[in-house]
Design a protein around this ligand. Structure first.
Ligand SMILES: [Zn+2]
Length: 279
C-alpha cells in the first residue's frame, strides 16, 4: 500500500498514521459507519486516493491547526472542519507562506525535489488550490464513527486555534504539533505559555493511553505531557539560547530539558518567545 510519497503505519486497530515524504503525517481512524481523517498534509500528492485505498466509508476531515503542512491538502476533500480561531493563520499560510515553502523545498532538496513531489507537479496550480468548504469545529465536539467516537479538545498552544483529538476507544490522543518532543510556541499566533500550561493541565484528566504527533511515527506515553510542563517550569532566558527560525528569520529562545524513561525521547525542546539575556 505504500507509495513513493506515502508510507502507511498501522498504529492500532483501524488506525493509520500516514507519513508523507515531505515530512508531515496525517491520521485516519476508521469506525463502523464513518472514518475520520486528521489533517491533510502539504497536499503535493493525492492523499485522497491513499485514504480511499484504506476505507470506502463516508469521510469526515478535520485540521489540528492552520499551518500549511496540516492543511495543504484540504482542497482534495469536499468539506474540512477547522477551529475558526485559526482561520487568519490558515489564510496567511495559504497566501503568503505557501510560495515560500515551495522555494524552501526546492533550495533544500535541489535535484532530489522529486522525492517530495512528482515530476508533473504543477506549482502554479498548487498555489491556487483552495479548500472547497470549511466548517467551524466546536470545543468538545464528538464525531461518532460507529462503535467509536472521537472528541475534539481545544488546546491553545502551538497556535491559538490548535485542537487535539481523543479517540475514546483506543485512548489515543492525536496532538498535531501541540504536544511533541519539540514544542514550537514562539509564533505571533501561538497562545501564551500560561494558556498552554493550563490547557495541558486540564488534558491530564482525560483517559489518554498514548500520544500521536504530526511529525513522528512513535506513539508516546501520556507522561510526555508532564515532561513538557516541567520544561516550561524550568525554561528561563538565562538557561536558553537564541533560536532563529530558518524560514521566517523570527528570533526566539530555545530551551532543552533532559528526559529519562521515555523511549526515543532524550529531551524536550522548547522554542518560546523572549529576549536572550547577554552576559
Ligand atoms: Zn504547526
Amino acid at each position: 500500500m505504500d507509495t513513493k510519497y506515502f508510507k502507511i503505519h498501522t498504529i492500532a486497530d483501524h488506525i493509520y498514521h500516514i507519513e508523507e515524504s515531505a515530512g508531515a503525517c496525517t491520521s485516519l481512524i476508521v469506525g463502523e459507519t464513518q472514518a475520520l481523517l486528521i489533517d491533510t498534509g502539504y497536499g503535493f500528492e493525492d492523499l485522497h486516493k491513499i485514504v480511499r485505498g484504506l476505507t470506502d466509508l463516508p469521510l469526515i476531515v478535520v485540521n489540528t491547526h492552520g499551518h500549511l503542512d496540516h492543511t495543504g491538502g484540504n482542497y482534495l476533500f469536499k468539506e474540512v472542519y477547522i477551529n475558526y480561531t485559526d482561520l487568519p493563520v490558515y489564510l496567511w499560510y495559504q497566501s503568503v507562506e505557501k510560495p515560500k515553502f515551495l522555494e524552501k523545498f526546492k533550495k533544500d532538496y535541489g535535484d532530489k525535489i522529486n522525492d517530495i513531489w512528482p515530476e508533473d507537479f504543477d506549482e502554479n496550480a498548487y498555489l491556487n488550490k483552495k479548500a472547497l468548504h470549511l466548517v467551524p469545529l466546536e470545543n468538545h465536539q464528538q464525531f461518532d464513527l460507529g462503535g467509536r467516537s472521537v472528541e475534539a479538545v481545544f488546546l491553545p498552544g502551538h497556535t491559538k486555534g490548535s485542537v487535539v483529538f481523543l479517540d475514546h476507544k483506543s485512548g489515543l490522543l492525536f496532538a498535531g504539533d501541540d504536544i511533541s518532543k519539540t514544542v514550537w510556541i514562539q509564533f505571533d499566533h501561538s497562545a501564551t505559555l500560561e494558556e498552554y500550561k493550563s490547557g495541558l493541565d486540564r488534558l491530564r484528566n482525560y483517559p489518554i493511553t498514548g500520544i500521536v504527533t504530526s511529525h513522528l511515527t512513535d506513539v508516546f506515553p501520556k507522561h510526555l505531557i508532564d515532561w513538557i510542563m516541567l520544561a516550561m517550569m524550568h525554561a528561563k532566558p538565562e538557561k536558553s539560547r537564541l533560536f532563529v527560525h530558518p524560514r521566517t528569520g523570527q528570533k526566539a529562545l530555545f530551551y532543552r530539558e533532559k528526559v529519562t524513561g521515555i523511549e526515543n525521547v532524550h529531551s524536550i525542546r522548547l522554542v518560546y518567545p523572549g529576549e536572550v539575556l547577554v552576559g
